[in-house]
Design a protein around this ligand. Structure first.
Ligand code: HPA
Length: 282
């Protein structure tokens, strides 16, 4: 079997990274951030301080998101002297994009010089003592989507055929995030993120299964991006915003409105943490 011709590969990544819209006016950055559902406001702080924003639709081959709460633009700017690239919104496998398209932006950031990436998401909480509004440092993940962005021909320019995932989430960066969180007086949870395909939320039985499997948070993103980042040799910090208790753990029904509301409520704590972290990661 050969790889299909329309898979987004290395030439598409280089073309996107070299596009005029991305070269002009954007400072080179070694740190990138992917902002999940309702968490995009961090980038507004950067834009307000002289950042530049490019819509995903203006970048060749870049997938565009259909999810409410995702703005769909790449923002470049400087935070306390550190140049950063922030993705305000992402695409998901459940939108119909294949896994390679979902990780295309990570590969473009890498081609633009990004070596360290903060991957964030909104997630349901299922760890003991977890509450809506908590922030969780991701120490590891369970990829339960049944898919993987590295399926198909391996282009060695991205990385090896069988990449190691024993430290997908950097212990060094997690340690720095704990220090920064403590300095800000934030209580940070730390745990395992289960990545599901979605888009339906989990059933209570699935949540009981995930608890037995050792998960503390559940969501529909992140795992592909972190696999692709590991493949590329990038160092990853993962942060979940626990926007709700997972199915069956509270009397409330799950809704995207609740996810967005909680993300908005924790916006200042979340943004403060990210903005303080960025200069420590360069
Ligand atoms: N499950 C899956 N994805 C989510 C959830 C959830 O409870 N909350 C936010 N994203």
């Amino acid at each position: 079997m050969s790889a299909s011709a329309d898979v987004l590969g290395f030439p598409h990544v280089t073309a996107a990274a070299a596009a005029d819209r991305l070269r002009t006016g954007l400072p080179a950055a070694s740190v990138g951030v992917i902002l999940g559902s309702g968490l995009g406001a961090v980038a507004d702080h950067v834009v307000d301080h002289g950042g530049v924003a490019v819509s995903y639709g203006d970048i060749p081959h870049f997938p565009t998101s259909s999810v409410e709460g995702h703005k769909g633009r790449l923002v470049a700017g400087t935070v306390a002297g550190t140049n950063v690239l922030l993705m305000q919104g992402r695409v998901h496998r459940y939108e119909g994009y294949d896994a390679a398209s979902v990780v295309f932006p990570v590969r473009v950031l890498h081609a633009m010089g990004v070596k360290t990436i903060i991957v964030t998401n909104a997630a349901g909480g299922l760890g003991d003592g977890y509450a809506a509004g908590d922030l969780m440092l991701i120490e590891d993940h369970l990829n339960l989507t049944g898919d993987n962005p590295l399926v198909g021909h391996n282009d060695a320019r991205f990385g090896p055929r069988f990449p190691d995932m024993s430290e997908g989430y950097s212990r060094r960066l997690t340690g720095i995030a704990k220090e920064v969180g403590a300095a800000r007086g934030l209580k940070l949870q730390q745990g395992v993120y289960a990545g599901m395909l979605g888009p339906s939320y989990e059933t209570p039985a699935e949540i009981r299964m995930l608890r037995t499997m050792g998960a503390h948070a559940v969501g529909m993103s992140t795992v592909f991006e972190v696999i692709a980042a590991s493949h590329l040799g990038m160092e990853v910090l993962g942060i979940s915003c626990i926007t709700n208790l997972a199915a069956g753990l509270s009397s409330q029904k799950l809704s995207h409105d609740e996810v967005k509301e909680t993300a908005t409520r924790v916006e200042s704590a979340f943004s403060g943490l990210i903005l303080d972290l960025l200069p420590r990661l360069a």
